[in-house]
Design a protein around this ligand. Structure first.
Ligand SMILES: [Zn+2]
Length: 349
């Protein structure tokens, strides 16, 4: 943990300008708008493709179904790139950590090298998915392999699963809204924010634990509905045009905030709000070290954009529950990698 934390924070400022540079040089109104959402950089995407989960299954099913076979043949065909170290966010060896990646656009071959670590867990998950999705595909892997010590969630698909994975290739349905949202206590943020109940309870514990260590945290965003994300997105288009918008605002359906399991945190001083420099602060470092103890992970760690699709966001926490958060944090730090999912560097086109 410590080594990753250090690594993460060292490169933070170098990459900071990517996410919020444009908003900070813009009007206060822009900054205010930014507070309501992530400032991801995005590439344009055909809007007709994103809300429909069912458009992805061919690729997803193929990836899942072939993952186990690829695992078993990986050392023979050598087509998978090995990860440099177990404790670092998985990345392609040729991508130096100092490189500022603009919305994945600099990647000449974003989806051809799944940087999944060759450990047995993704194989087992892939085997499970394979047998579920494709009955005719016999799984060569023994199904019992996975011990309880490094578990893989059973449900990465259902929108209301605590372990659902949402990324640029895995949108949520437009009509999905969690049915167990609760308001966070007023003192946790300057506005009213909602999370799903288990995540809200965990967030309270997280904030309390931080306070005991002398770290004050505040919420700056939590649950965001599809409609709200659409509204933000449309307003942004109208004001700034599509080019700027697609670099800064998530397309509706692709924001993890719609799950009700994600929140953005800040220090009360607001000096590093939604900036990568937040990772350098005491609060940012405390979160990187302790969030998983309360069921949260830094969902978009440094140097993982080619897998997660998003640049480093030290402020964005995602609730997975203690068991899985620990598994992710003590592994590569990247949920997709630990759960055996293919990289999602960009939207499907
Ligand atoms: Zn966020």
């Amino acid at each position: 943990m410590k080594s990753r934390t250090t690594k993460v924070t060292l490169a933070a400022s170098a990459v900071t300008l990517l996410c919020v540079g444009a908003s900070l040089s813009a009007s206060p109104q822009v900054i205010a708008e930014t507070l309501g959402r992530d400032v991801h950089a995005f590439a344009p995407m055909d809007p007709s493709t994103y809300p429909n989960n069912t458009e992805q299954p061919p690729a997803k099913a193929m990836d899942a179904a072939t993952a186990s076979r690829q695992h078993s043949t990986m050392t023979k065909n050598g087509s998978w790139s090995a990860s440099p170290a177990e404790t670092e966010p998985t990345q392609r060896p040729e991508a130096p950590s100092s490189t500022v990646e603009i919305a994945g656009s600099g990647d000449p071959e974003p989806s051809e090298e799944p940087s999944v670590e060759p450990d047995p867990q993704p194989t087992a998950e892939a085997s499970r998915i394979e047998s579920k999705l494709s009955e005719s595909q016999p799984s060569p892997e023994p199904t019992k392999a996975q011990d309880a010590e490094e578990p893989i969630p059973e449900d990465l698909e259902s929108p209301d699963s605590m372990t659902v994975i949402v990324n640029k290739l895995r949108p949520l349905p437009e009509d999905f809204a969690p049915d167990d949202l609760v308001e966070l206590p007023d003192q946790m943020g300057t506005d009213t924010y909602e999370l799903r109940e288990p995540a809200a309870e965990a967030a309270k514990e997280l904030f309390a634990a931080a306070r005991e260590d002398g770290i004050e945290l505040t919420v700056v965003s939590a649950y965001r509905s599809y409609a709200y994300q659409q509204e933000l997105y449309d307003n942004y288009i109208a004001e700034h045009g599509s080019e700027v918008t697609n670099e800064m605002s998530a397309m509706p359906g692709h924001s993890e905030h719609q799950t009700g399991l994600a929140l953005d945190v800040d220090s009360p001083d607001g000096q590093h709000t939604l900036q990568q420099s937040f990772g350098d602060t005491e609060a940012g470092q405390w979160l990187a070290e302790h969030a998983h103890e309360y069921g949260f992970v830094i969902r978009y760690p440094q140097d993982a954009q080619e897998i997660t699709g998003f640049s480093y966001e030290p402020w964005h926490l995602r609730y997975f529950g203690e068991q899985y958060a620990k598994h992710i944090a003590e592994g590569s730090g990247v949920a997709e990698t630990e759960f055996g999912l293919p990289p999602a560097p960009d939207y499907a086109s």
